[in-house]
Design a protein around this ligand. Structure first.
Ligand code: THU
Length: 132
């Protein structure tokens, strides 16, 4: 398996330690790799008004955009100490599709003994796109 996937997962693990998850106690970290070679991390940030909570994946992407990243996402690792195979929620899949040039981007998850690599195509077929 590609060494970079393990590195991304390691960074996602570090990011999960920063989660602000006082309501669910469900900690999530994400680390996104862009075509430029840059990596950006994020953690989930909860809110007393529960619906305002933002997921780790969207924080990682926001972090990238706010730091001037212009290239497309290549891969993203998602990690939770609470749960193996912490799949991205539907909203995050839509966000990933926004910043990917194709749906072959890799989604890396921690599995029982190793890592699982899936594509956005597998997890999010027929995503919404505006006409060009
Ligand atoms: N969460 C994420 O950070 N990413 C996901 O893809 C799913 C859920 C967070 C949101 C909330 O803080 C906690 O996990 C429990 O839902």
């Amino acid at each position: 398996m590609d060494k970079i996937y393990y590195e991304l997962l390691e960074q996602a693990k570090e990011a999960s330690k920063k989660a602000y998850a006082k309501y669910s106690n469900f900690f999530v970290g994400a680390c996104a790799l862009f075509e430029s070679g840059e990596k950006f991390c994020g953690c989930n940030i909860e809110n007393a008004s529960y619906g305002l909570t933002i997921c780790a994946e969207r924080v990682a992407i926001s972090n990238a955009i706010a730091n001037g990243e212009k290239s497309a996402i290549k891969a993203i690792a998602i990690y939770s100490p609470n749960q193996k195979l912490c799949f991205p929620c539907g909203a995050c899949r839509q966000w990933l599709s926004e910043f990917a040039t194709n749906d072959d981007i890799k989604i890396i998850l921690e599995d029982e003994n190793d890592i699982k690599v899936q594509t956005l195509k597998e997890l999010f077929p027929c995503g919404f796109k505006l006409n060009d």
